[in-house]
Structures are given as structure tokens and as C-alpha cells.
Write a protein that binds this ligand. Structure first.
Ligand code: ADP
Length: 400
């Protein structure tokens, strides 16, 4: 079955057409600047990518252009829309309602809409993607896959914040986590690489990209994760601050005269690697500058690795040990220097990085020494495949 995977943002629409049985990506692309005069579509695989400049008024127009390019033109992947068995949508916030992926119906749509208050930049655009598919492919079933559902297994003492409980209940404030599809995927793949059942393993999974998160997965169940009510919490990231003393927020608002929106922008877009280095949110640029002696870049680099190291310690404590630490995303997969800094000094905890393996480039691989008690594994993430697989399974179960 071919599944069309959609990831709709406020002004973008990313997609992949995946054959689930062969795991092959048949086509992929992205519409950018949707709703502005500069909008365009990039469509095609690797070297064959084409860029089509065209005005896309809204997500409906973007979706129509995507479907047109999937079925016609030089980079067409299928002959007709009949070859799309289902659509799988990535949804950022599933709140307390969704602990798994589900088939889209009116009730699901209403709940995603209701949850938009918790993820205003994400859930509304996702709905636009769902509406567009409903209109253009009314007979094709749609499934939604939530970034948060993997973390619905967290216990109340883990997900509750120590603020007045009435307020948490009134506003549904709690830890929801994010990146769940990625953590779920790399945990499953790590079990395959280790050749052990996921149910027998204690794993710490680290998604280190522009957004960064760490999870503790105990015998296949997520028991803690670093992101919180929103993806701002936890690790220091490209532009997000991660965990900071909450009184900094009120202090800066008062002293800098910032509105809630301005404060939100500062914490989400101007902090992290960018805010500390003053150079970039891109770790490569920060690394280059730190190697050239830039002190702020050096500080940013050290803070980033320290923040990951601290979470590894925390999650070893909460699980009473760990069998494997799994790394993924741009930094986790590619940056040997950052990995070296994260794992330096952890030998007394039984975590020993193999310097040579760490420098090698490759697909899924172990980079710890043979005698390290804890395996360190790199798994390139594949959230799109996971969304396609969930979609396929729900359709196969014939739940709809
Ligand atoms: P996103 O969260 O946006 O999907 P990615 O997973 O693509 O992000 O990760 C982006 C981050 O990965 C950037 O900070 C980038 O600098 C970093 N990165 C990508 N390739 C490398 C590399 N070869 N060495 C160091 N960092 C890298």
C-alpha cells in the first residue's frame, strides 16, 4: 500500500509518498511560503528535484499542486490517485485524548481543534492539511499520528508540574512531551540492532536536531521525556532555551518591558545555541567558530553537551541503569565531536565510547567499545516511515 505522509505547518506542507511493504519513498517534497506571493513547490527525489514557483493561496491549493505532481509531469510517482491507499498526518499535540494513532473522523477533528490552544502554531495547520485531503481525496481514509501519544504512559508524578493543581487541571497543564514518533522508532530499531526484545531493554533515546529531546524508555514503555507542556522544555536546542529557572521569565518581562508574545519569541527563537553563540542555531557553524577560538561559541558548545550529559545521568537514575543510549537526528547522527563531549567522563558509569567507531560514517551502528556495559547506538530517525506504518496498520485492522 502507498501511504501519503503529510506534515503541515502554518506556511508549509511537507509530504512523502511511501510504499509501506517495500519501505521505499516514491516521491517527496515541500510547499513553502503557502499563503504568500513567494510560494513554491519543491518536488522529487534527490537529484531529480524540481522547483515550481507558483502562488499557493492556502493549504488546499498546495495539496492540489502536490497531487497533480504526484500523478503527472516529469517527476510523477503514480498514475492516478487510486494508487494512494491512505493518508497519514503528523500532529504535534494529541493532549490527553490520544495515546495512539487513530483514524480521522469528526470527533477526532474536533479534539485536535480543541487542543490547538496547547499548540497554536501546529494543530491548526495540521487541520488545514486534513481538510484539504478530505476535499481532494474524499474516499481515501486518513490517519493521524501524534508527537505526544508515545508519552501518554508517563505516571502522574512524572507529568504533573508542582504548581497549584487546580490551575493545571483548569488549563490541562502537564508534561506531554514531543518527538514521540522519533523516540518510538529509534527505540524499536535499537532493539533490532541489539537483537534483543524491546521489552527487555532499558533505553535512553536522544533526538538531537534543531529541536532536542531525551527519553527514558523502560521495557518498551516511555517513563519520562525532557520536553514538557510544549517543545520548549528540557535540553538546550538550536534556538530554544530548554529548562531555565522560571523566574527568569518574569524578571526579563519586567525589566525589558516584554509582552508575553515577545517573551515567547525570545525563549523559542532567540535562545539556545543561537542566543549563546550570537552566531547561529546551526551546530556546524558554532563548532567552526569555537574551533577558531570564539569564546561564546565555545561556551554554547559546552553547554549543549553538558545538557545532554545531565539528562543521561537523570534517566539512568530513574530507570536504575541503562542498557543502551540511542542517538538520532542531525547532531546525534553526524557530529562525532559533540558525541565525544557528551560521553567523556562516563566510563565509571559503564559507558565507553569507541573513538574510532565514533569517527566512522554509516547507517545504523554501535559506537561503544566491545567491553562497554552500556551500548551507544546511532539510528537515523525515520518519522515518515513510522507515520506510514501506523497508517497502514490501522487501515489493515479495518477499524474504519
Ligand atoms: P530538525 O530538528 O530541524 O529536523 P536536523 O535533525 O536536521 O534538524 O538537525 C539539524 C542540526 O544538525 C543542525 O544544528 C546542524 O548543524 C546539525 N548537523 C547536521 N549535520 C551535521 C554534521 N555533519 N556535523 C555537525 N552537525 C550537523
Amino acid at each position: 500500500m502507498n501511504v501519503l505522509v503529510i506534515n503541515a505547518g502554518s506556511s508549509s506542507l511537507k509530504y512523502q509518498l511511501i510504499n509501506v511493504e517495500t519501505q521505499r519513498v516514491l516521491a517527496k517534497g515541500v510547499c513553502e511560503c503557502v499563503g504568500s506571493p513567494d510560494s513554491f513547490l519543491k518536488h522529487g527525489l534527490d537529484d531529480n528535484e524540481v522547483k515550481i514557483m507558483t502562488q499557493l493561496e492556502d493549504h488546499n491549493a498546495a495539496m492540489a499542486l502536490v497531487l497533480e505532481n504526484l500523478t503527472s509531469g516529469p517527476n510523477k510517482a503514480i498514475d492516478s490517485l487510486d494508487e494512494i491507499g491512505a493518508v497519514g498526518h503528523r500532529i504535534v499535540q494529541g493532549g490527553k485524548y490520544f495515546d495512539r494513532s487513530v483514524l480521522v473522523d469528526d470527533d477526532v477533528i474536533q479534539k485536535i481543534d480543541e487542543l490547538a490552544e496547547l499548540a497554536p502554531l501546529h494543530n491548526k495547520p495540521s487541520l488545514m492539511g486534513i481538510y484539504a485531503c478530505r476535499e481532494l481525496m474524499p474516499d481515501v481514509p486518513q490517519v493521524v499520528v501524534f508527537d505526544t501519544s508515545f508519552f501518554q504512559s508517563l505516571q502522574p508524578y512524572v507529568y504533573t508540574y508542582p504548581i497549584p493543581l487546580e490551575l493545571s487541571q483548569k488549563y490541562s497543564i502537564r508534561k506531554y512531551g514531543a518527538h514521540g514518533t522519533s523516540h518510538r522508532y529509534i527505540a524499536e530499531r535499537a532493539a533490532v540492532v541489539l537483537d534483543e526484545p524491546l521489552d527487555d531493554l532499558k533505553l535512553i533515546t536522544c533526538h538531537l536536531g534543531n529541536g532536542c529531546s531525551v527519553s527514558a524508555i523502560d521495557h518498551g514503555i516511555a517513563i519520562d521525556t525532557s520536553m514538557g507542556l510544549t517543545p520548549l522544555d528540557g535540553l538546550m536546542m538550536g534556538t530554544r532555551c530548554g529548562s531555565i529557572d522560571p523566574s527568569i521569565v518574569t524578571f526579563l518581562m519586567e525589566h525589558e518591558g516584554l509582552s508575553p508574545e515577545e517573551m515567547n519569541t525570545l525563549l523559542n527563537k532567540k535562545s539556545g545555541l543561537l542566543g549563546i553563540s550570537g552566531i547561529s542555531n546551526d551546530l556546524r557553524s558554532v563548532r567552526d567558530a569555537s574551533e577558531a577560538g570564539d569564546e561564546r561559541a565555545m561556551l554554547a558548545y559546552e553547554m549543549y553537551s553538558y545538557s545532554v550529559k545531565k539528562y543521561i545521568g537523570q534517566y539512568m537514575a530513574v530507570m536504575g541503569g541503562v542498557d543502551a543510549i540511542v542517538l538520532t537526528a542531525g547532531v546525534g547522527e553526524n557530529c562525532a565531536k559533540m558525541r565525544r563531549m557528551i560521553f567523556s567522563g562516563l566510563q565509571p558509569l559503564g559507558i565507553v565510547l569507541d573513538e574510532e567507531r565514533n569517527r566512522e560514517v554509516g547507517f545504523e551502528r554501535e559506537i561503544s567499545t566491545d567491553d562497554s556495559d552500556v551500548c551507544i547506538i546511532i539510528i537515523p530517525t525515520n518519522e515518515e516511515y513510522m507515520i506510514a506504518r501506523d497508517t497502514y496498520e490501522i487501515i489493515q485492522e479495518g477499524i474504519y
